[in-house]
Ligand binder design. Structure first.
Ligand code: SF4
Length: 355
């Protein structure tokens, strides 16, 4: 029952280890699956909770690494059921993540970086640049904290509520942190753990080409959403100033390659900014770019205090924009604002530091 080997060196928490990596730490190997299930199915946040794991093994693991490295500092519950968590990391940095319940769905929206270097003009996350990438265990832990928030009454020893979907749309550009993203998502996909199929996971990106190549090469097959936000290169450079060197044509090419490699259609995301990119001519240009049967998510901008000049379009404008796209055969989803009363809506997650 003794722990063995160095195994997953540098890992910051048990939550960030795969069953194989836990196997390299414990003996006999079947104990690894037991421990893994305690973390990912039964929601244990401490070794004491793992009552059917031998005490000596628990103590030896505890001397090596914590079950989770982060902690929830603040919980904000919106009137519409959305829950925003402020998560404190072991180095004092903080990230935000959001649980979005809707009907039978419980979607976890998670972050991949502290801050963001892309600097979309409408987004609080990128207002102060990027501080650092999140480690894989810090990404997995957000999923676990959000799962706890979905069913706090179950406690650490009961069966936990299931998350049904993950969207990687929180703070940060996921494709600037591909290695940790892929590692984390493989852990949450493990059938012995959270067990989320790849069709239930969506990665949203502004489209950095190198990160895209890394994601393709990783073999991870998830849904991809590309943030377009503008129908022309000139407008996109203004709205997404550091969204890689690619042009709109490059993003369309990326979507084509993702489809050819994975068989999955990409969704284009388009944040509507009143008086900027919400004109009829923008809708027509977007329809031409996307083409019939392609998916476009329209997201009316959510207010952010640092950019008082930017405003949401009027509802009639959103409806008109949507109509133009639909008539052109585009499959349009107009996203309902969720959690804006607790600043948990798209673009409102922000960089904050411990005082
Ligand atoms: S919208 Fe996404 S890519 Fe753009 S600044 Fe915010 S977090 Fe970064």
């Amino acid at each position: 029952m003794a722990p063995r080997g160095e195994g997953a060196s540098g890992a910051g928490s048990l939550a960030g280890l795969s069953t194989k990596e836990i196997e390299s730490l414990v003996d006999p190997p079947y104990r690894a699956r037991q421990v893994f299930r305690w973390v990912h199915v039964r929601g244990a946040v401490s070794y004491e909770a793992m009552t059917d794991v031998p005490k000596a093994l628990r103590e030896a693991l505890a001397a090596r690494l914590p079950v989770r490295s982060s902690r929830v500092i603040e919980t904000h519950r919106s009137e519409d059921g959305t829950v925003k968590l402020l998560v404190g990391l072991s180095d004092g940095e903080r990230v935000e993540c959001v649980l979005i319940p809707e009907g039978d769905r419980r979607t976890a929206c998670i972050s991949t970086q502290v801050g963001c270097g892309v600097g979309c003009v409408f987004c609080a996350s990128g207002a102060k640049g990027v501080v650092r990438n999140l480690e894989a265990f810090e990404i997995v832990e957000q999923v676990l904290w959000l799962r706890d928030a979905a069913a706090p009454a179950d406690g650490p020893s009961g069966p936990q509520a299931r998350l049904t979907n993950i969207v990687v749309m929180g703070m940060g550009e996921p494709l600037h942190n591909v290695a940790n993203l892929v590692r984390a998502l493989r852990i949450v996909q493990d059938p012995e753990g959270i067990d989320l199929g790849s069709r239930r996971i969506t990665v949203s990106t502004s489209g950095p080409l190198r990160g895209f190549e890394e994601l393709l090469a990783s073999g991870l097959r998830v849904n991809l959403a590309i943030s377009l936000h503008a129908p022309t290169d000139e407008m996109r450079r203004r709205l997404v100033p550091r969204g890689g060197t690619g042009t709109v044509a490059d993003l369309l090419d990326m979507a084509r390659r993702w489809f050819e490699t994975t068989g999955r259609d990409v969704t284009f995301e388009y944040v509507l900014l009143g008086g900027i990119n919400d004109r009829d001519e923008d809708a027509r240009a977007l329809a031409r770019l996307a083409g019939p049967h392609r998916n476009v998510n329209l997201i009316p901008m959510n207010p952010v205090s640092f950019a008082p000049d930017l405003k949401s379009p009027a509802p009639e404008r959103v409806a008109r924009f949507e109509e133009i796209l639909r008539k052109a055969g585009v499959v349009v989803h107009a996203r309902r604002q969720r959690g804006d009363d607790v600043a948990a809506a798209c673009g409102q997650l922000r960089l904050s530091r411990a005082p």
